[in-house]
Design a protein around this ligand. Structure first.
Ligand SMILES: C[S@@+](CC[C@H](N)C(=O)[O-])C[C@H]1O[C@@H](n2cnc3c(N)ncnc32)[C@H](O)[C@@H]1O
Length: 195
């Protein structure tokens, strides 16, 4: 039991490892609103009601319900490496009767979506956990439609935190154009557009 707990804690604090589903409750901490609330996130994303939105690595869905509600005539695709995380997100969104949501367990380095099929993609505190960030960004570039947007958000207290300069360089190498960003050095959202 103690060994198991130690292993979970090690994974949560080691850069490059997926955040353990056993600690999903910490991602649902209401105090996160002080950093960025789900509504604040939706304001930054500003989706059209018909948008097809892809959230990669939603974990237990801290931002997902408000996102689904913001695209009532569109679709929210939730894709996470860990089926246990997706199960938690599904329980939460189903209870709230969010019907415009699809769930898929997969790896960001091989997205199971067609080329140019996404209007808006977002990752909150996820990219740092992906071992091959270039491959993930190449995949995001492939699935986001021309003119579509990518939002990369990083938050404090994350062992895998990536700086705005580094994330911008990575996204631009993949072909995205930086458009705007919000927040400060340790807590920001950066928006990119596929030309
Ligand atoms: C720190 S949690 C953040 C969860 C959520 N975005 C939030 O802010 O509450 C990172 C999430 O990314 C997922 N993840 C890590 N690597 C991934 C990969 N290669 N592909 C898809 N999801 C991944 C993890 O399973 C985990 O749910």
């Amino acid at each position: 039991m103690f060994e198991r707990l130690r292993e979970v804690w090690r994974r949560s604090s080691t850069a490059g490892e997926a955040y353990p589903a056993e600690l999903a409750f910490m991602l649902r901490n209401p105090l996160r609103r002080l950093i960025l609330s789900p509504r604040g996130m939706v304001r930054r994303l500003d989706p059209a009601p018909t948008d097809r939105v892809l959230e990669v690595g939603p974990g237990p869905g801290y931002f997902s319900l408000e996102l689904a509600q913001a695209v009532p005539r569109g679709m929210l695709l939730l894709m996470d490496l860990q089926p246990a995380m997706l199960a938690k997100a599904r329980t939460r969104l189903s209870r709230a009767r969010a019907r415009n949501v699809r769930y898929q367990a997969a790896d960001a380095r091989a997205l199971p979506y067609a080329e140019a099929s996404i209007d808006l993609a977002l990752l909150v505190a996820v990219l740092g956990e992906v071992p091959d960030k270039k491959a993930a960004l190449a995949e995001l570039y492939r699935v986001v439609r021309p003119g579509g947007r990518l939002n990369l958000t990083e938050q404090p207290g994350d062992a895998d935190f990536i700086s705005l300069a580094e994330i911008t360089a990575l996204a631009e190498q993949a072909g995205f154009q930086a458009t705007r960003h919000w927040g400060g050095r340790s807590n920001y959202s950066a928006e990119f557009r596929r030309p």
